[in-house]
Design a protein around this ligand. Structure first.
Ligand SMILES: [Zn+2]
Ligand SMILES: [Zn+2]
Length: 282
């Protein structure tokens, strides 16, 4: 199995790779720019070179980048939707420069316009983006969400509805967040429930669309639609739930990435990764 964590780019994008190494990651997720700003200054040749060098010297790969939390291409506010679109497009371009194969985004929030209108707006913007970025080979992943507020993407059907409307389906994928699906009401703790949930994923979306797993325990109880990440084994999913994922042979090549709280010394990442690796049956 491939294990890793989301690592900070503070001080430069190459630092995420170095932090990944220090945290014992095989692979990492990172932002490609500050996650609370709309625009970023262009990556310099030096930064890009340093980034590739860090990957080469550490052996840590970068599987995926996560979009800024500001982006909402489902917004009924035209100006905000356009700003989100431009920002998403820029992130796709930055991933291409950094040779990061996947960019994961939360589908968006309909903010009162209704679920169907929101899902349609998302598909429309993604189609436009791919038509404007013909030479870009980054795969755009939609993340399963917990369904807080008016967030879309809390059912596999909603993600399938969006992807079905995308002309260039080959450029789409899915990121499954364990905390989010558990919180959205998909049981994964008992082996038989886990199997049923993954069967549903396969039937509705297709396992071949699954590119990344976010391995987060859930601070809150099952089905509450609350997105609160907890350390592995300390939440309501527990070690039993994660044992299902790490021993599922179909997921052997799917990076499992932590998005759990951490301090600067990354000891929490090291501990969580040790627990995940320890759950793999020999
Ligand atoms: Zn996310
Ligand atoms: Zn996530």
């Amino acid at each position: 199995m491939i294990f890793g964590a989301h690592e900070s780019i503070a001080g430069g994008v190459f630092n995420a790779v170095e932090r990944g190494k220090a945290a014992t990651c095989d692979t990492i997720q990172m932002f490609n720019k500050s996650n609370n700003q709309w625009r970023a200054k262009k990556l310099t040749g030096d930064e890009v070179e340093q980034f590739f060098k860090a990957i080469e010297t550490t052996g840590v790969t970068v599987s995926v980048s996560h979009t800024s939390y500001l982006i909402n291409i489902a917004s009924p506010d035209k100006a905000l939707a356009e700003k989100s679109f431009q920002s998403l497009k820029e992130e796709m371009e930055r991933c291409a420069v950094l040779k990061i194969p996947n960019l994961v985004m939360h589908p968006g929030s309909h903010v009162g316009s209704g679920e169907e209108a929101g899902l349609k707006a998302i598909a429309k913007h993604i189609n436009r983006m791919f038509s404007e970025l013909k030479d870009n080979n980054v795969t755009l992943l939609l993340e399963t969400t917990a369904g807080q507020g008016t967030n879309l993407g809390y059912t596999f059907e909603q993600l399938a509805y969006i992807i079905d409307k995308i002309e260039n389906k080959g450029k789409m994928g899915v990121c499954l967040d364990t905390c989010h699906i558990f919180s959205a009401g998909y049981p994964i703790v008992k082996p038989k429930d886990y199997r049923a949930t993954m069967k549903k994923f396969d039937e509705v979306l297709g396992l071949e669309l699954l590119k990344i797993i976010h391995a987060n325990d859930s601070l809150r109880e099952f089905g509450l639609k609350r997105d609160r990440h907890e350390h592995i084994g300390e939440g309501h999913i527990g070690k039993a739930g994660f044992a299902n994922f790490v021993n599922d042979r179909r997921l052997k090549k799917i990076p499992m990435i932590l998005e759990t709280p951490k301090g600067e010394d990354l000891k929490e990442d090291k501990r969580n990764l040790k627990i995940l690796r320890g759950l793999v049956k020999k």
